[in-house]
Design a protein around this ligand. Sequence first.
Ligand SMILES: CC(C)(COP(=O)(O)OP(=O)(O)OC[C@H]1O[C@@H](n2cnc3c(N)ncnc32)[C@H](O)[C@@H]1OP(=O)(O)O)[C@@H](O)C(=O)NCCC(=O)NCCS
Length: 209
Amino acid sequence: MMTMIDHDEPAASARGALFDFDLSPNGRTGAERRPRMRSRATGLAPLDAGCAPLLTSWLNDSDVYFPMGDVDPRPFTVEDGKRYVESHLKDTWAVVAEGPENVWTPVGYAGMFVRSRHRVGIFRIAIGNPAARGQGHGYRATRLMLKWAFDELDLHCVHLSVSAANTRAVALYKKVGFVECGRYRESRWEDGVRHDEIVMEVLRGSVRP
Ligand SMILES: CC(C)(COP(=O)(O)OP(=O)(O)OC[C@H]1O[C@@H](n2cnc3c(N)ncnc32)[C@H](O)[C@@H]1OP(=O)(O)O)[C@@H](O)C(=O)NCCC(=O)NCCS
């Protein structure tokens, strides 16, 4: 039987690639990214400076910045985007989608902040391109990130927090195997409304097949 998740390259190169890419202004543009890990038409590719304009547009979109809580709602400039990329080079991947003729383009990003002494990761994801949502990219990218976290980073568990209003994301996380382990009550302030923040976890070995 064919496995759902396959890696294009051995684990060591996948991890090494995160630390070895072109940050020069003449580096790759936002156009095409080859995935280092893939599952069907969804992949994870190293983030690089060329992703900054796309990230900037996503981080200015309330559909992304409210649920992510990465940045305060404000105009986010391309310079901010570059700084964001530079500070997340080691923990964040571009989520890429396969189009016609095997061309892979970035549709979002996914990150894993690692608390290394505890072997714990804190996960986040956004499919920034609205047209790419609802096609399974979020699900497959989350599974790829968990595979990376447990098989390559050797983490013991992965945590996240999500607004209770974000029913789409909560459904995705449960589908993958995350379980709710607590709530910060009324701790999300989104568009003038307070929502609970749900804390979720998945332990090594508990990802749903
Ligand atoms: C939340 C998000 C990551 C989901 O990714 P996606 O690619 O749109 O979702 P998928 O197509 O992979 O769907 C996976 C599961 O999510 C849930 N889901 C997806 N779209 C949904 C919708 N419109 N309503 C309810 N559940 C939905 C379902 O459980 C779905 O599984 P199913 O198709 O078997 O029912 C994506 O929509 C996104 O990035 N949104 C904006 C930013 C954000 O909310 N990030 C999460 C912050 S915690």
